[in-house]
Design a protein around this ligand. Structure first.
Ligand SMILES: Cc1cc2nc3c(=O)[nH]c(=O)nc-3n(C[C@H](O)[C@H](O)[C@H](O)COP(=O)(O)OP(=O)(O)OC[C@H]3O[C@@H](n4cnc5c(N)ncnc54)[C@H](O)[C@@H]3O)c2cc1C
Length: 698
């Protein structure tokens, strides 16, 4: 209504229709208007009584209404506080009537580039961007030269894997035809059998987590062996096993039908009379049992079972059927053990090692404290067993007997490896085990609360308290608190691709929601290293840093991107982010010639993005920019970094990073949901960035 009023189309608003010429006129104005014209439109938006002056109360009323409709996630007090601070930026007090004219308004906007930039939102959506996005989607294919270069090791491994399978097929066809003169169905069955032998053994190699950790720690080895995709390859191998066993069984069934034999079809299929197979002619019977077990295993490993709430344990336990499968395969097939002996020895050594570690000196530990961060997330501080060593981004499996005796769940260690006293995990509530854990400690804190033994501390000195629905509650388990010690078992650590970060030149760390935990451990570690380089002059107490930190290391720049649906989630790690900002500022003050080491980018997605040129966001953008200009902090988090609304425009962001870091290789690390991962991967291919991802839902 206000916009139409400004462009003198109030009649159109009343009639609820507008003619084409007027639409074009408005579009031209919005699209091609100069900055001062756009500023005038914005000014007129606030000038409700159309007297060419904007009063304090007009602007205040506008914003109270606007932020309410904008679903601004603060309560009324905080909203008013923000509006009041924002309004001081326009110097209404200089005038007795508390009014400003357009010149005064425009002067304020011109005082800062960011404020002027706000005016660009007064436009019509950029169709070029939409069209080029669409074109990208259509023209995107994975066979570009950059893609092949960046994924060469994966492509070579896949090629070798296919080659081995093809060689086996050729070997069976040639060898069996020449030596045994078998018919087509028999040869098909043998091909299936041979592929099962190889793929079953190979699938074990792909799950050797300790060996994978060793490969990851060695930059030469990991360059050639694409360990990050081991689970993807394991799934492919599993599919080949399933298809081969169907082919093997069907071919045998048909062969028993078509080939003349002294035995009946039933005898050949279900009895040991014909003495088929290796041990005691049990191949038909073991074959049927193998087929049934494999069917159950494959069915329960499908995504719709594995990722369905509450069904993960079904997947887990049915996958343990590999033990009877392995025994039956030895009995069933003459050649199987030859393929299997190597992988099973390695696998057994690893299992024994993990078992010893988990049920030996590192395994049993206890809780030091639990923080109920909010209604969805807990953080556990666990005593770090002596000699327990881990690396950034590693994860452990934990088992809480008081929640479920036989369930183990993986969680990333969000504390840095330099923290010797404890391990910290951040656990988001899902629907099953994690929910029970959350409920348990929430109830626990309530009971303790009534005994007044709860240590209830607001952890976050920097976060505006209104942003949080409730302050985090800390339950401590020590002699002073009187709370009984709670034991738990841990199994690990296991590695992730996050380990490579310190070997990269420029890293973009992207976390969606709780997926930020691996990168928090990176920040903690960096923070520790930063601090350990501090030097304080004994004469004047001036603080500086040794040159080692930025000059000697490979990692020169980190862009830390955290995307949250809810703004209050930033509270989980706000203290760390704020400390890092302060530390970096101190460092840059002491070394002005050095470049920034860390840039933080925070996005929250429950509000629509600015990046898509939404004109409705202009008033919001103005308040956010003026607020941070006056108070030197973000209105959501109180950090120096401005929180952006909506999803990142990856194309724009990555192009900017590419220009900034033009001489460096950029590696993107992502942990979050799959769809976002695909979009980011695609953008990485376009910008020729290396992409690594570590999804929680594998
Ligand atoms: C390497 C890795 C690191 C992780 N780090 C974190 C972290 O730091 N913080 C965090 O909040 N979450 C993390 N997760 C996810 C976390 O393990 C699951 O959310 C949790 O196990 C769900 O338990 P639930 O019974 O409540 O889930 P459900 O509600 O039953 O299921 C929710 C989802 O969790 C998956 N899931 C359930 N049990 C397991 C399990 N034992 N192992 C793997 N996936 C499972 C299911 O497939 C389903 O997709 C991580 C997962 C992996 C694989």
């Amino acid at each position: 209504e206000r916009l139409l009023k400004i462009v003198e189309q109030e009649a159109a608003y009343n009639k609820n229709s507008i003619d084409g010429t007027s639409v074009l006129r408005i579009a031209r104005l919005l699209w091609a208007g100069t900055l001062s014209v756009k500023a005038l439109i914005l000014f007129k938006l606030f000038d409700y009584d159309n007297n060419n002056r904007v009063s304090l109360s007009e602007m205040k009323t506008f914003y109270q209404q606007y932020l309410k409709e904008f679903k601004f996630p603060h309560n009324e007090n905080r909203t008013n506080e923000i509006i009041d601070i924002f309004l001081t930026g326009f110097h209404f007090d200089d005038d007795d009537d508390q009014q400003i004219n357009f010149d005064q308004f425009y002067t304020v906007l011109q005082s800062n580039d960011e404020l002027l930039h706000t005016l660009y939102l007064i436009s019509i959506p950029d169709q070029h961007l939409l069209i080029s996005n669409l074109q990208n989607k259509i023209s995107h294919h994975c066979c570009t030269r950059e893609y092949i270069k960046n994924n060469l090791n994966r492509i070579i491994c896949l090629f070798i894997y296919i080659l081995v399978n093809l060689s086996l097929i050729i070997y069976v066809v040639v060898y069996r035809l020449m030596m045994a003169k078998l018919n087509g169905w028999e040869i098909t069955a043998r091909i299936g059998g041979e592929l099962i032998n190889f793929n079953f053994s190979f699938s074990f190699l792909l799950m050797l987590k300790q060996t994978i950790t060793l490969i990851r720690s060695n930059s030469f080895l990991r360059h050639y062996v694409p360990v990050d995709n081991h689970i993807d390859l394991h799934k492919i191998v599993g599919t080949v096993i399933a298809v081969s066993s169907i082919v093997h069984s069907l071919a045998l069934m048909i062969n028993y039908t078509v080939k003349p034999s002294e035995y009946t079809w039933i005898q050949q299929m279900f009895t040991t009379i014909p003495q088929y197979g290796w041990i005691n002619g049990t191949a038909p019977i073991t074959g049927i049992v193998l087929f049934i077990l494999l069917f159950i295993m494959v069915l329960c490993a499908m995504q719709f079972v594995r990722q369905k709430t509450g069904y993960y344990q079904l997947f887990y336990y049915t996958h343990l059927l590999y033990v009877p499968l392995f025994i039956l395969l030895i009995i069933h097939s003459r050649d199987f053990w030859k393929w299997f002996i190597g992988p099973i020895v390695l696998f057994s050594v690893e299992k024994l090692y993990s078992f010893k570690r988990c049920f030996g000196k590192y395994g049993l530990t206890y809780l030091l404290s639990v923080t109920i961060e909010d209604e969805n997330v807990l953080s556990l501080i666990i005593y770090r067993p002596h000699n327990f060593s881990f690396n950034i981004g590693d994860y452990i499996f934990i088992n809480f007997p008081l929640i479920a005796s036989y369930e183990w769940h993986p969680f990333t260690i969000s504390s840095g490896p330099e923290e010797k006293n404890f391990l910290r995990l951040h656990i988001q509530k899902q629907k099953n085990w994690t929910k029970k854990l959350h409920d348990y400690f929430t109830n626990y804190s309530k009971q303790r609360d009534s005994y007044e033994k709860l240590v209830d501390t607001v952890l976050l000195p920097v976060m505006p308290e209104y942003t949080r629905i409730q302050s985090p509650k800390i339950i401590e388990f020590n002699d002073q608190s009187g709370n009984k010690q709670i034991n738990l078992r841990i199994d690990g650590p296991y590695s992730s691709c996050t380990r490579y970060i310190f070997d990269c030149e420029h890293c973009v760390l992207i976390g969606g929601g709780i997926g930020i935990t691996p990168y928090v451990s990176v920040l903690e570690s960096l923070m520790y290293q930063f601090r350990s380089q501090r030097m304080i002059c004994s004469n004047c107490s001036h603080m500086n840093y040794t040159n080692e930190f930025c000059c000697r290391r490979t990692l020169k720049k980190v862009d830390f991107i955290w995307i949250n649906r809810d703004v209050k989630n930033f509270g989980w790690f706000i203290k760390l982010l704020s400390d890092f900002e302060v530390e970096q500022e101190t460092y840059l003050n002491a070394n002005p010639e050095h470049e920034r080491y860390l840039d933080i980018h925070l996005y929250f997605t429950s509000l629509a993005s600015n990046e898509t040129n939404r004109m409705g966001n202009v008033a919001y953008d103005l308040v956010a920019n003026v607020y941070s200009q006056i108070s030197h902090k973000d209105m959501y988090t109180n950090l120096k970094t401005k929180t952006r609304i909506g999803r990142p425009n990856w194309k724009l962001l990555f192009s900017k990073l590419k220009v900034e870091q033009k001489n460096r290789t950029t590696s993107v690390f992502f942990c979050g949901n799959k769809t976002m991962g695909q979009t980011i991967n695609q953008q990485c291919q376009e910008q020729n960035f290396l992409f690594h991802s570590e999804p929680f839902d594998k």
